[in-house]
Each structure stands twice: as structure tokens, then as C-alpha cells.
Write a protein that binds this ligand. Structure first.
Ligand code: COA
Length: 302
């Protein structure tokens, strides 16, 4: 994982906005977030995370045959930011492309990578989630800007006889299109600024993540009691706790990283993977929900 150096606490935000550490912490669980400087880029953060993933997998960049970058905040609308990462890594033998499924982007990218590996079309796939959300929020809107942070995480998926990814399941519902989107009508925000119906997003997130996790476990003939770790998209600590409570999963099995990183969109799950002490053989369930709406779940044997 990789995050920009600068950390911004709730107290610092409350000097510029009509908000408080108490409000932000009690409503969201967030204490601080990392915010990019003008010198930071999505490609730079994604590259740093990818270098670590390659190192820990002991795979050379030249052996990577696909790079999938999940991002909502690409450095440029064209070309794909993934190609810049490819160049930075000197991953000459890879194809590289971006995918856009907002906060579910990492799960979508993981699922695409899994299909390519299962069909034998790829052997080593870098899956990266990288975002600079701070360039897409209106810093005078206290209801949205306090929620987001910047960062990246990456995994290297390799071909194995016994697949570690037991299943992935993706969903979307365009009926939620205008519940969370980037508004490009204001010239002051060339990338658009995040507009959100917080309550609608909140209740949908709790419902669909619970449903998709139950469906994913059932598909693998597994039960909630088999789960060692639940890693959810980190949008709001209360959402995470509600899903765990509805599933009947003890909180010690639930990964919470939102306190220090806030919502880094497609990067929250790979950042959380990097920060969790996962042991071989453990059963890990991932789930996310984001704008679109998009959502999904994955079941992994680590
Ligand atoms: N500081 C202080 N007050 C704030 C505030 C802030 N940063 N943001 C909003 N408020 C105020 C509102 O203006 C409102 O005041 P009013 O009652 O006088 O009108 C009050 O707090 C309640 O606002 P509301 O939006 O109803 O709060 P909430 O309890 O729904 O919490 C969110 C807001 C955004 C934290 C919550 O809805 C949420 O987390 N939603 C999901 C967000 C999400 O997951 N997004 C990403 C999905 S990928």
C-alpha cells in the first residue's frame, strides 16, 4: 500500500469548516486521512503499491502479463493511468487498462483478473486500486469532503493449482446513478465534485453488502462461522459494524482501517489487506458498495 505523506486530522478540518472531531468520529469513525500534494499522482501511488506487491510475491515486473487499475480519479481521462504504471514498473510484457466501478472497483478488477487466470489467458496479474479523491471533492462541502482520503493498494494474483479466490460476484443497479456522482456543471471543478445522498447510500450499502456476502458464502457451501476475516469497503465505520452485526460476525474478525485513511474509494480493500496479518489458509470475505450503485463480494482462501 502507499499513501501520501500529508495527514489531515479532523481537528485541522474543523479550523476551515463548520464541523468537529466529535461529529466526524461519531458519525463515520474517521479520525484523519492522507491527502495528496500537487506532486502526487494516482500513477505514482499505484506504482509504489505495485512495487511492494511484486516484491512480496517475488515476481519480476517482466513476468506480469496484465495490470488492472481500478480508479475513479485517473490522472488523465486518456490514456489509462494503468499504462503509466506499466511504464514506471517497466512491465514490458503486460497489457494495462483502467476500470471504473467507483468504490467497488477493486472487487471488479479482482474478478476480471480471476477470470483471465482461470481461463489460462494470464498467469500473473497486478490488481491495483489507487485514488486521489481529494481532487474530486468540494472542500467547502462539510457533508462530503470529510469522508474521503487518498491512497493505493495492490495485489499480485498468480496461477495456482488450488485457486485462492474461491468465487467473486459482482452486481450493479443504475437506479442508484444519481445518489452518488460527480457533478461537472461547475467550471471550478473540472473533474466534477462529489454529490451524495448520504442516507440513501448508507442504507443501501448495509443491505446489499449483507445480501452479497450471504450469497457468496452459500455459493461455496460456507457459513458465516467459517469466516476468519471480513474486509469491507471502508466508507463509514457504522456501516461496517451494521453489516457485521446483521451477519452475526464478531467484531474481532472485522477489519477497520477507516480511522486513519478515511474512504479511499477503490483503494480501501487492498489497503486493508496490506494492514491485516493474514495467515495461510484463512478464509477471507471481501465486500464493497459504491456509486452506480455497484457492489459485490469475494471469498478467498489466503
Ligand atoms: N459536521 C457537522 N455537521 C454536519 C457535517 C459535518 N461534517 N455534515 C453534515 N452535518 C450536519 C447536516 O448539515 C445535518 O444538519 P441539520 O440536521 O441541521 O440539517 C446533520 O449533520 C445530519 O446530517 P445527515 O446527512 O442526516 O447525517 P447522517 O447521520 O446521515 O451522516 C453521513 C452523514 C455522510 C456520515 C452518512 O450519511 C453516511 O456515511 N452515508 C454513507 C456515505 C458513504 O458511504 N459514501 C460513500 C459510499 S462509497
Amino acid at each position: 500500500m502507499s499513501v501520501p505523506e500529508t495527514q489531515v486530522t479532523n481537528d485541522e478540518l474543523s479550523t476551515r469548516l463548520d464541523t468537529s472531531d466529535e461529529w466526524i468520529r461519531s458519525r463515520t469513525g474517521i479520525r484523519s486521512r492522507h491527502i495528496a500534494s500537487p506532486a502526487d499522482s494516482v500513477a505514482g501511488l499505484g506504482t509504489e503499491a505495485a512495487v511492494q506487491a511484486l516484491k512480496s510475491a517475488k515476481v519480476e515486473a517482466s513476468d506480469v502479463d496484465m495490470i488492472i487499475l481500478a480508479t475513479t480519479s485517473p490522472d488523465h481521462f486518456m490514456p489509462a493511468t494503468a499504462t503509466q504504471i506499466q511504464q514506471n514498473l517497466n512491465a514490458k510484457n503486460a497489457c494495462a487498462f483502467d476500470i471504473q466501478a467507483v468504490c467497488s472497483g477493486f472487487l471488479y478488477a479482482l474478478s476480471i483478473a480471476d477470470q483471465f487466470i482461470r481461463t489460462g489467458s494470464a498467469s500473473n496479474v497486478l490488481v491495483i486500486g489507487a485514488e486521489i479523491m481529494s481532487r474530486m471533492v468540494d472542500w467547502s462541502d462539510r457533508s462530503t469532503c470529510i469522508l474521503f482520503g487518498d491512497g493505493a493498494g495492490a495485489v499480485l494474483l498468480g496461477k495456482r493449482e488450488q485457486p485462492g479466490i474461491l468465487s467473486t460476484r459482482l452486481y450493479s443497479d443504475g437506479a442508484g446513478y444519481d445518489m452518488l456522482y460527480s457533478d461537472v456543471s461547475d467550471a471550478a471543478f473540472p473533474r466534477g465534485k462529489v454529490v451524495m445522498n448520504g442516507r440513501a447510500v448508507y442504507s443501501t450499502a448495509v443491505e446489499v453488502m449483507e445480501e452479497s456476502i450471504r450469497a457468496a458464502l452459500a455459493q461455496n457451501e460456507l457459513d458465516v462461522s467459517d469466516v476468519d476475516w471480513l474486509i469491507l469497503h471502508q466508507a463509514n465505520k457504522r456501516i461496517i459494524e451494521s453489516v457485521a452485526t446483521r451477519l452475526g460476525l464478531p467484531f474481532e474478525k472485522v477489519v477497520v482501517t477507516i480511522e486513519s485513511f478515511a474512504n479511499t474509494s477503490s483503494a480501501t480493500i487492498p489497503i486493508s489487506l496490506a494492514l491485516t496479518d493474514l495467515k495461510r489458509g484463512e478464509l477471507v470475505v471481501l465486500s464493497s458498495m459504491g456509486a452506480g450503485f455497484t457492489w459485490g463480494a469475494a471469498v478467498l482462501r489466503w
